[in-house]
Design a protein around this ligand. Structure first.
Ligand code: NAI
Ligand code: ENO
Length: 308
């Protein structure tokens, strides 16, 4: 038990991320009341069946009434619609945060709607899986994982401290950066890997010479890892691509150049170039492990994922 940090938390969106926050908040006793709201009546009913909150309302506006902390966990493209719905119902002094995978666009969509006296602090937990919906969440998802905040220049330090205390209670490691930098870093470490996965699985699926059953039958673990990422939520990833367009295109351009270098080395039999690159990339993996960052999804979620 970490103790009560907020009297009333409103969770807008109760999919993988929202429901994981709900499960942790309940297990750790971080709030007296957890109000759940989401767009579809079916998902809201499921959240209630799972006892994720203390009350359930269809309207986001009603959910944020009297809330001390509002966590928006919807696909990034829905951020402005949610901000518009909740804006005039937020209580003065409330903290509004989000968990979106892109930050500059979420800020552009939400900040203009936030009333004076409300603390809007964008955030992004670097934790998740390829699953979505309220059943996919689990307790401990954020443990040992980074949560990056991209506060606006005039952010109240006390409100930021309170939000950090919340994520620290969920077990996260906290970092801060500006939104543009966040979007560039995430483009290479998260967005491109997903795009590459969607692409390679799409290519394999299109191959006429390899039947679908062979793709399934002979899929080696490398390909299987790609299929996990490529099974991620289509709405969420469509929105990420559309809302981090510039940074993704910049990283894709560099990626394509480097791929052309690799392609050329293979064509001309330049084994030394291949060997040099593969040696360098192997060192990257070692550094990640040495830094204690090898807790990729399966470390805490594998058994949970395997069950689903
Ligand atoms: N899935 C992942 O691994 C991670 C996702 N994120 C970010 O978290 C956010 C939520 O993602 P997930 O929980 O994975 O998605 P999800 O698909 O599991 O859940 C999304 C929730 O948002 C609701 N929703 C959609 N449009 C809405 C609207 N207009 N108004 C109210 N509710 C709406 C849905 O009903 C659902 O409850 C996204 O912005 C995503 O980029 C961040 C870290 C990891
Ligand atoms: O499933 C995976 O491997 C992920 O990378 C999960 C993930 C998806 C999106 C994010 O913004 C952060 C984490």
């Amino acid at each position: 038990m970490s103790g009560v940090l907020f009297d009333r938390i409103a969770l807008i969106g109760i999919g993988l991320i929202g429901s994981s926050i709900a499960r942790d908040a309940k297990a750790l006793g971080l709030a007296r009341n957890v109000v759940v709201s989401t767009r579809s009546a079916e998902t809201l009913a499921r959240a209630e069946e799972l006892h994720l909150g203390t009350s359930y309302v269809a309207s986001a506006a009603e959910a944020v009434d009297d809330a001390d902390l509002v966590v928006v966990s919807v696909p990034v493209g829905a951020s402005e619609a949610v901000a518009q719905q909740i804006a005039s119902h937020l209580k003065p002094g409330a903290i509004v945060t989000d968990v979106g995978s892109t930050k500059a666009s979420v800020i552009a969509q939400m900040a203009p709607h936030m009333p004076d006296g409300v603390h809007f602090i964008p955030g992004h937990p670097l934790a998740g899986t390829e699953k979505s919906g309220p059943d996919a969440g689990f307790e401990g998802l954020f443990r040992g994982r980074w949560c990056i905040f991209t506060p606006l220049p005039d952010t109240d330090p006390q409100a930021l401290g309170k939000l950090k205390a919340f994520w620290t209670a969920l077990g996260s490691r906290i970092d801060e950066m500006d939104p543009q930098h966040h979007d560039k870093v995430l483009a290479i470490v998260s967005h491109l890997p997903h795009i590459i996965a969607y692409n390679i699985v799409g290519t394999a699926d299109d191959l006429e010479t390899v039947t679908e059953s062979e793709v399934i039958k002979y899929s080696a673990s490398g390909f299987r890892d790609f299929t996990r990422l490529a099974a991620s939520d289509p709405t969420m990833w469509r929105d990420v691509c559309l809302h981090n367009r510039e940074a993704i295109l910049e990283m894709l351009a560099r990626f394509s150049e480097d791929l052309a270098y690799l392609q050329r080395a293979i064509r001309w039999g330049e084994g030394d170039k291949l060997f040099e690159l593969f040696t360098r990339t192997r060192a990257v993996r070692r550094s990640i492990i040495e830094a204690g960052q090898d807790v990729d999804v399966p470390d805490f979620g594998r058994h949970a994922l395997d069950k689903k």
